[in-house]
Ligand binder design. Structure first.
Ligand code: HEC
Length: 511
């Protein structure tokens, strides 16, 4: 009886929640084309496989039209929004990419040769030439070799790099490859969401020694080239851009094949990026996520109102707050039979939150992490280990780390990606756990610093709006949330039970 009343209340609440939202987008309208003259409402919801994602413009509705984030600034007809779609939590899911391919027979500017194909020299009308994008949601990121400093001077790298396998042919290409006139390394990466960015750009608070230094080697953080102020340094998987402004300049020149945007356009882009929030607002089974009695961290309003760059101090000061109101009293072993579906899934989500916060495991052999004086192995949970920033779940530090997503022996089997052999010079400090000779699909931070210890290391990313933007990890190696959980289970020998894995997936799908 209580279950039925609760279900009825949930349904009523769901109806109320929906009528409170200014506009609920229909699937056909979800794609934003460059130069689209529609208005992006202050609040808008989009369907996804798990429920609905809500996008919140804190500064009010945006008239897309000529807006610099939505306008085709360059040669290829793309806008920033091409790869950062509101329906996909301001990222881009592989499902959306495939729908776009079908709807436009591959002619959308999204598939532009420069980085929307495996290599610009391939026959562009063929789907096979865009396989990394269509199958894994990956864009080509061409980076100069040897690396350049932010002032443009050449960095003398501590290692040599060799192409071992090159399925797309770009790294061995005479025009685009490593031995071309402009020696270039092509790696393939997922877009990162352009939402909730105040958490990512704000300097750390309350962890004083970390405020202006990297925790690993105590060197100073980079500075904003315009103001000279230290930056938080959490942007891009390899941290190559200090600010949203420098990032927008590179993105316009690289992805849009544009000239440098004007200062007004750059200011408009940065202002837009700094006020947009995205998070799941409705779960197909658990019900509405942002009504009274639901975990207070859920939905984009909590992100708008939250304090950025705070350390989640487990278990007292939890990263994603309390899920206790959903915990119920059903013992785990009876969970699958004891209650109706919404209650059951809410309890599963609450258990998933507890696993994320509290369930410790041995974190072992993570380059740029275990070797920072933490000890190897280091006994921590997901939250207390690396996903420690309140409300967002990325590393506050800022911390690079090599989880093993790209480097052998840990990487998932990825014959579709290029494989590089990195060989560190005898006098260089080697990568702590992989030694002097490393096989990797993406050297990550090391392509920027030229340092051996950074091979494979990347910055963690935020964990909001996950339901809207599969696949996961910078190289798209987890097709869904279950594969993501399985990677950790395998990598760290955690031994999650089947119910624990489902609990984690349910929890992640509500964020
Ligand atoms: C062709 C697809 C594409 C287009 C177009 C594009 N981006 Fe991106 N964006 C990406 C990819 C891929 C990454 C991640 C790159 C990496 O990690 O090395 C990214 C990352 C970002 C990030 C970093 C977010 C974070 O949390 O680290 C920001 C900000 C961003 N893009 C803004 C923009 C802006 C502004 C424009 C337009 C000028 C733009 N993007 C156009 C693909 C795109």
């Amino acid at each position: 009886m209580i279950g039925i009343v609760k279900t009825a209340l949930l349904l009523l609440a769901a109806t109320l929640a929906l009528t409170a939202v200014a506009q609920t987008s229909r699937e056909a309208e979800s794609w934003w084309s460059p130069g689209d003259s529609r208005v992006l409402p202050a609040v808008v919801e989009y369907d996804n496989a798990f429920g609905k994602l809500r996008v919140l413009n804190a500064a009010g509705a945006i008239r897309a039209g000529e807006h610099a984030f939505f306008a085709p600034l360059g040669e290829n007809g793309r806008a920033c929004v091409t790869c950062h779609q509101p329906s996909d939590a301001m990222g881009l899911s592989v499902e959306t990419i495939n729908r776009r391919w079908r709807e436009t027979a591959g002619t959308d500017p999204l598939f532009a040769a420069i980085d929307g194909s495996d290599c610009p020299n391939l026959p562009q009308q063929e789907a096979a030439s865009h396989s990394l994008l269509l199958e894994r949601g990956l864009f080509r990121i061409p980076l100069p070799w040897p690396p350049r400093s932010s002032e443009g001077s050449v960095i003398d790298p501590e290692f040599t790099i060799e192409v071992v396998s090159d399925p797309a042919g770009c790294n061995t290409d005479p025009v685009y490859g490593l031995h071309s006139e402009n020696p270039t390394i092509s790696v393939y990466r997922r877009p990162r969401p352009v939402a909730n960015l105040k958490y990512i750009t704000e300097l750390s608070h309350g962890v004083s020694p970390h405020e202006y230094f990297y925790p690993n080697d105590k060197s100073l953080l980079p500075k904003d080239p315009d103001t000279g102020a230290f930056v938080a340094h959490r942007l891009m998987s390899d941290g190559r851009e200090p600010t949203l402004k420098t990032q927008a300049v590179s993105a316009a020149i690289g992805h849009l094949e544009s000239k440098r945007p004007t200062d007004e356009q750059l200011a408009e882009i940065v202002a837009f990026e700094s006020q947009i929030y995205a998070a799941q607002s409705f779960h197909n089974v658990a019900g509405p996520l942002t009504v009274a009695g639901t975990p207070p961290v859920l939905g984009p309003e909590a992100l708008r109102d939250g304090a950025p760059a705070r350390l989640g101090n487990n278990p007292i000061n939890r990263i994603f707050g309390s899920f206790a109101m959903w915990a119920g009293s059903t013992p785990v072993e009876q969970a699958s039979t004891a209650a109706g579906p919404p209650l059951e899934v809410q309890q599963s989500v609450a258990r998933g939150a507890d696993i994320f916060y509290l369930r410790r495991f041995m974190i072992r052999d993570v380059g740029d992490y275990n070797d920072k004086g933490l000890g190897n192995p280091f006994n921590r949970s997901c939250g207390s280990g690396c996903h420690n920033m309140q409300l967002i779940g990325m590393d506050l530090a800022p911390g690079y780390m090599d989880l093993g997503l790209n480097s052998l022996p840990w990487a998932n089997n990825r014959p579709d990606l290029p494989l590089f052999k990195v060989e560190c010079h005898a006098d260089a400090k080697p990568q702590s756990y992989l030694g002097r000779i490393i096989y990797t699909h993406d050297p990550g931070r090391a392509l920027i610093t030229g340092k051996c210890i950074d091979v494979g290391a990347t910055l963690t990313q935020q964990m909001r709006g996950l339901a809207a933007r599969a696949p996961y990890f910078a190289n798209g190696s987890a097709a869904n949330l279950r594969e993501l959980v399985d990677f950790y289970d395998r990598r760290f020998n955690i031994g999650y039970t089947e119910i624990e894995k489902q609990d984690l997936v349910n929890f992640l799908s509500t964020l």
